[in-house]
Write a new protein. Sequence first.
Length: 674
Amino acid sequence: MTQQDRAAARARELRALLDHHSHRYYVLDDPEISDAEYDRLFAELVAIERERPDLAREDSPTQRVGARPSATFAPVVHGQAMLSLGNVFTDQELADFDRRVRERLGHGNVSYVAEPKLDGLAVSLRYEDGVLVRAATRGDGTTGEDVTSNVRTIRVCPLRLRGGAPPRILEVRGEVYLPRDGFLRLNESQIAQGAKPFANPRNAAAGSLRQLDPAVTAKRPLRLFCYGIGEWVGAAGPSSQEALLELLADLGLPVNPERRMVAGYEGCLCYYEELGRKRRDLPYEIDGVVYKVNEVAEQRLLGELSRTPRWAVAHKFPAEEAVTEVVGIDVQVGRTGALTPVAVLVPVAVGGVMVSHATLHNPEELERKDVRVGDFVSVRRAGDVIPEIVSVLRERRPSGTLAFTFPDHCPVCGSPVVRDEGVVARCAGGLVCRAQRRQTILHFASRRAMDIEGLGDKLVEQLVEHRKIATVADLYRLAPGHLTGLERMGERSAGKVVDAIKASRHTTLPRFLYALGIPEVGEATAIALARHFGDLDDLIAADEGRLVEVPDVGPVVAHAIATFFSEAHNREVIAALKAAGVSWPRLERPVGGPLSGKTVVLTGTLDGMTREQARVALERLGAKVVSSVSARTDYVVAGRDPGSKVKRAEELGIPVMGEDGLRAWLGEDQSGSD
Ligand code: JCF
């Protein structure tokens, strides 16, 4: 065997091994080797495929997260329409369903396959000659959306079917879902990143599957259970639902281990009650049970009625809802200043848990539902998330209730409340509000703001906790002695932090504006504001009409800025900061800069700054920054991995300079700006 053949053979062997072990691990939940051993095999395959790109294959286990983000989801026409299920809610409705089935089939006892109904997202997986070629959402049943790249990242979903002779074409139908623990972990990380937590696992699964960037989907612990087939081309298909599920399992597809054959209406009901008791202990959320007539021949006899099979039905569990009375409506202020209305309830059991508070999410939601103190409301617990109010029982509303008026001042600090572009109401007292103190100070100290080294999470928490500081201005009054008593704060580190705070006083106007944490004002807006006004006092004095003249500042941002500065407390903190010595060099307006009249193109990755920062800096020198290279371009500034623009510049004989060149230009400007 040649060296080449050996590499090819080993790659094939590794792929088979990895497929086998990931099936054992993810689908059967019964691994044969350790994680470390698996990782070693995986790394070996990665190495071979890197060395020999000709051996890389689409269905290799290394290729789960290969695709780049896309702009939209392409439509996919299903080979066979995706069916939806009719619902029954009561024993009687189930009995009626079974009776109709028996009457149509003309015999007395029908066998059903029962399985949990997952609360996820229906998908169709298309395998051709055993290889996953397309995955689509259900859409309207006929046409769905192409989510192949995202589905490929789901570890339980085989990229290649197991076994020797897969059907030529197989469309598998299944439900993508997020297990409870995965949902909790995801929401923890959403919150840690300042993103909104998902309301329930279903939304989280849907949001995760409809990500334009598969790398994001790959981080979500999605799972899959398969329950049926659509198009099938190959040898004769299975003759019963039971055989079909066995076959799917043999092909390496995950099928629900709770599935069971039951006899007639009695059998269905028994299974339903048993699963209802087990429901809480399952690792995923379910909203009912699905029964399917087992014999495929009988399914054909029964047929379908407008995309809903007459041979299957979903038996829903009663929703976990309860009715109780609203005794108060609180408004809580979160760490970011967001105001959340919360209903205080007469405690009530919902799905086995006592509930005394329910979120109303935001003022808009509160207004839409018109929840009032004294109302009777229906409360729902979806999984382990905060309970929410589903609806108000209007007919039980006592007379004399008043619509809730959302406070226009923060209940914690009394500053005005601003509604941002979405539906969030936010306290404008960022610099003074107790609820936001920790977050505000951390942001102030962060690297791109005042850049105070050593003033981290733990330290800020202790400083606030021990009431050493209340506002960011208090930082500049700290002496080493204030810090030495705190956890992990020796004399040396205390001295260092105080020095860093002191050094941060010499800053720039954009940094300072960004550091204030004005709602809606990020780095780019801070730079634009600084350039436009040049002076802080001018900015503070500007009304909304003048603010919207600043590039990229719209009415919402202008309103947030004006409100922030109109708050006397905030102005006091700013004055205290200036009094403590915080200062910046005056900005020169960009007139007749050294690059005046020059056109510059930026490309590649810069090490010391973002492309946006470089653009702003160049514009301040008078340059016009454009995105494509043409004969009118004067210079190209190229960072790392620059791509085709440099080639084009060289063809046109335009000077190309590195990041050093850019810095040399900017160096000339240091006296005048940041
Ligand atoms: O778990 C489910 N959500 C689920 C949905 C299970 C099934 O057996 C289904 C389904 C939707 C349609 N079967 C059909 C035919």
